[in-house]
Write a protein that binds this ligand. Structure first.
Ligand code: ATP
Ligand code: MG
Length: 589
């Protein structure tokens, strides 16, 4: 880095700097996990605003989750101060909502339109079909056909039309509408799209490999072919096909934006070299980036191998996680011999906040939560469910609607407090620790929003529904993070446990269904995403037996584990683990 390197580019390597400094036109940054894509994007925006007079209010950065958006805003704030406030950092859905707020009348909505949650959608569909069971069978199909342009059964089209008409009568939109309606508006009104293009002349999209057809159309409306549009992503981390995402949009970026510059980043700053090689070995058979170059940036003097633990059951697997955490906290990891517990600055104390437990399905969290609770370890669970679908939040919201309608409270915050009080008394009578704490979590989650919303309950409901995922995960909290592989996208942790590395869970196999080749490839990429969240220590475990969705399942190890070269794996055998554990208990006695 020379003396003339602009300060905002100083923290970037030469490839990242080249990408951040592209002055105008379309740009595609294509790179593997941990190569600093998100970091480069953030610095790029800061640099353009600070050093190249790009008006911050003309910058639109689109991320995949609200959490990612909040994180990016915060980082931008640190780089360029309050000018960051003028940059729009948002998700596709939140952006669409802002368009609808301004243009609601043109799609037949009044200003106080609401957003239908899943329960409401189902009720509306059941109403128009006159058949609740049929509605349940069709509701997710409605989303899928709207997000991906595939041949559609005429029955479904008919149901969709009736459903949408009914929604509008009720002055409601659903989640897909949040993108679909603005797309219709912009596509049918050149003056409006010109207005938006002038308003946002700098557009960046992170995790572009996971856009669906509606989001893609929105982007095409906002960004002209030669425009200042930056797309960032990694095709090998495309994991949302089941929700209508299509990695094909990423792969054809250069056709859509023919003057695009393409930058590859090749240095992984996140993971130790064995973790990185292991992840590459796993993804290779399905890779969408065959000529990928990805190397560990270094600073791992004595890198840890990947720990693989075969457990007899989901219970013993959870006990392994908890026991290993115990050892890590005490500095006596099972494979401390050659562990990576040496980080760049020689600091090797691991805390709860450094640890994540990842799983394929949220139903696997129970066993882990039990074991952690028994050990007295603090944890936070990030569920990919919508905030409003958490039982505690749901209960509170229902009570709250009732209370404010009955005008027993003047503003949302006060109403929330009193409702929480009453509800907690009722729930505590049930004496179910989990449900009680769920309620506290829910109150914590809702409080900042309630304060912000004053007495506008409708806005509160709307924001809540829009918080498409539970944003409960506080990256700075001193707690172990529990989350699904999907929710772990973009994140990183010094220590990662991937539990349930079994045939049937990874790849996932629903009873009576066989995944096709595309699904298998996506499961493999999901495994890859999980592994590449780890910085220093990665443990992969599998259980011979587990209770899953109320059934006893017997699963063999995940076939993806076979891809791992034995030289980078340390098999942790159950006997040794137990013996060490017993020995430790004896010393303590
Ligand atoms: P993913 O594909 O998982 O989203 P990513 O490519 O977006 O990963 P980042 O999250 O931006 O990667 O960066 C990964 C880690 O590497 C972060 O901790 C980041 O601060 C660090 N990092 C990135 N670039 C550099 C650099 N030039 N020097 C030092 N650290 C870096
Ligand atoms: Mg990223």
């Amino acid at each position: 880095i020379s003396d003339t390197t602009p300060a905002l580019l100083a923290g970037l390597d030469p490839d990242q700097r080249a990408a951040a400094a592209v002055r105008s036109g379309p740009l595609l940054i294509i790179a593997g996990p941990g190569t600093g894509k998100t970091r480069t994007l953030t610095h790029r925006i800061a640099y353009m605003v600070n050093d190249h007079q790009v008006p911050p209010e003309q910058c639109l950065a689109i991320t995949f989750t609200r959490k990612a958006a909040a994180e990016m805003s915060e980082r931008l704030g640190r780089l360029i101060g309050e000018r960051a406030d003028d940059v729009t950092v948002t998700t596709f859905h939140a952006f669409g909502l802002s368009v609808l707020r301004a243009e609601h009348a043109r799609v037949g909505l009044t200003a106080s339109f609401g957003i239908a949650d899943d329960e409401r959608r189902l009720a509306v569909l059941a109403d128009v079909l006159g058949d609740a069971a049929a509605a349940r069978g069709m509701v997710s199909e409605l989303s899928r056909v709207r997000r991906s342009p595939q041949p559609v059964d005429p029955e479904v089209t008919k149901a969709l039309d009736a459903y949408l008409t009914k929604l509008r009568e009720l002055n409601l939109v659903d989640f897909d509408d949040l993108v679909a309606l603005p797309v219709d508006l912009l596509e049918s009104d050149p003056a409006l799209s010109a207005e938006f293009r002038a308003r946002y002349s700098w557009i960046c999209v992170d995790e572009y490999q996971d856009v669906d057809a509606l989001q893609y159309r929105l982007l095409r409306m906002l960004a002209p072919a030669g425009g200042n549009v930056t797309a960032i992503g990694d095709p090998d981390q495309a994991i949302y096909r089941f929700r209508g995402a299509d990695v094909g949009f990423f792969l054809r970026f250069e056709q859509d934006f023919p003057s695009a510059e393409v930058v590859h980043l090749t240095r992984n700053y996140r993971s130790g070299p064995h973790i990185l090689s292991g992840a590459m070995q796993v993804v290779r058979p399905s890779t969408l980036v065959p000529d990928r170059v990805l190397s560990a940036a270094g600073g791992h003097a004595d890198p840890a191998r990947i720990g693989v633990y075969p457990a007899a059951s989901d219970r013993t697997e959870a006990a392994f996680v908890s026991r290993t955490i115990d050892q890590l906290l005490g500095g006596t990891s099972l494979h401390s011999r050659d562990s990576g517990r040496v980080d760049d600055d020689g600091e090797d104390q691991i805390g709860f906040g450094d640890i994540a437990v990842l799983y394929r399905t949220s139903g696997q969290a129970g066993a882990v939560m039990d074991a952690l609770t028994r050990a007295g370890y603090p944890f936070q669970r990030h569920s990919h469910d919508r905030l409003v679908e958490r039982p505690g939040v749901r209960t509170l919201l229902d009570e709250l609607t009732y209370a404010t309608e009955a005008r027993t409270a003047p503003d949302v915050y006060t109403a929330l407090q009193s409702v929480a009080e009453v509800t907690s008394q009722r729930v505590s009578r049930l004496n179910r620790t989990e449900r009680t704490s769920e309620l506290y979590v829910a109150v914590d989650l809702l409080t900042p929003l309630a304060v912000e919303c004053g007495d506008d309950l409708e806005r509160f409901r709307r924001e809540l529904l829009l918080g498409a995922e539970v944003d409960a995960l506080d990256p700075r909290a001193d707690r172990i993070s529990l989350l699904t592989l999907h929710a772990a996208k973009g994140l990183e942790f010094p220590v990662v446990f991937m539990v349930g590395c079994e045939n049937g869970l990874l790849p996932l196999r629903w009873p009576g269904e066989e995944p096709d080749d595309e699904q298998l490839a996506e499961e493999r990429r999901l495994f890859f995403v999980g592994m590449t969240r780890a910085q220093r220590l990665l443990y992969l475990s599998h259980a011979a037996q587990r209770i899953w969705r109320g059934q006893l399942r017997e699963n063999g190890p995940s076939p993806f584990l076979r891809a791992l070269n034995s030289s980078i794996v340390e098999r942790i055998d159950a006997e040794t683990a137990n013996r060490r554990q017993r020995a430790q208990q004896l010393t303590l006695m």
